[in-house]
Ligand binder design. Structure first.
Ligand code: ZN
Length: 257
């Protein structure tokens, strides 16, 4: 397995092209295992809160690198094995922003501690009519005391994480709400579209406030199948050395009170 990284956009760290080559596993599944994700979910209680990375269904932020998934070799076409190459922005699909994204000398994604990425999390329903999750909106919800706060918004209700059309009017966390979350000691903030910041915001204050306190931001969560409530969360990014973000796998399991 090889890996190559290259910057695009001349010093513009936002869009890093991550190319991964993976050899498809050709071994058969062990006896008794099931390939059916739904069955697995029922038996373990874990819900997959990850958007599938697929150029046909994954939204790409305006101006970010395009996604390109290719088969270099394909057994279905007579090759002796199957081999793929992926090219995409580091902030594709469900992903994590590390402090380095907006903080000079901030931690890169491989240096984000595991602790904020695993543990109790609360999913909060934001009504479809709300685009700005500001301090006033936040005060309408019971979020205090939860170490990790995930917002389920119009983006989930409108199925935007499974549409490759980029929508600019996604719900975002306003700076005053970000400040309240940061001041309360929240360890991680998550949203269900590919940015937590208002589109074309005059300054990236929400990112600066959260990342400035070392709070990782999970963006692009797939929360359509996740009702509001308390969960255990595990969200782990690909460990790319020295870069500011990476795609992640996010899973949630309902907490038993
Ligand atoms: Zn991001």
């Amino acid at each position: 397995m090889g890996m190559e990284r290259r910057r695009i956009g001349r010093g513009f760290t936002f869009a890093v092209v991550v190319a991964l080559w993976g050899v498809a596993c050709t071994q058969s599944q062990p006896a008794g295992s099931s390939g059916d994700a739904k069955e697995t979910s029922i038996s373990t209680g874990w819900i997959d809160a990850t958007a599938t990375l697929d150029p046909a269904t994954t939204p790409v932020y305006a101006g970010d690198a395009p996604m390109k998934f290719d088969f270099l070799k394909d057994m279905r076409k007579g090759d002796g094995f199957t081999l793929s190459a992926y090219s995409m922005g580091a902030h594709s699909g469900t992903h994590i922003d590390a402090p380095m994204h907006f903080v000079r000398d901030g931690a890169s994604i491989d240096r984000v501690p595991l602790e904020p990425l695993m543990g109790p999390a609360r999913v909060i329903d934001i009504p479809d009519s709300v685009q700005s999750i500001n301090a006033a909106e936040l005060s309408r919800h019971d979020w205090k005391g939860s170490p990790r706060v995930l917002f389920r918004t119009r983006s989930s209700l409108r199925h935007w994480m499974t549409s490759n059309t980029f929508h600019r009017d996604f719900a975002y966390v306003a700076p005053d709400a970000a400040q309240l979350l940061a001041d309360a000691g929240v360890k991680l903030v998550g949203v269900d579209y590919i940015s937590a910041e208002q589109f074309a915001a005059p300054a990236p204050m929400t990112h600066r406030i959260l990342l400035g306190k070392g709070i990782p931001i999970v963006e692009g969560l797939f929360l359509e199948n996740v009702p509001a409530g308390d969960y255990d969360l595990i969200v782990l990014p690909i460990k790319v050395g020295g870069h500011e973000g990476a795609p992640a796998r996010a899973i949630l399991r309902k907490r038993v009170p």
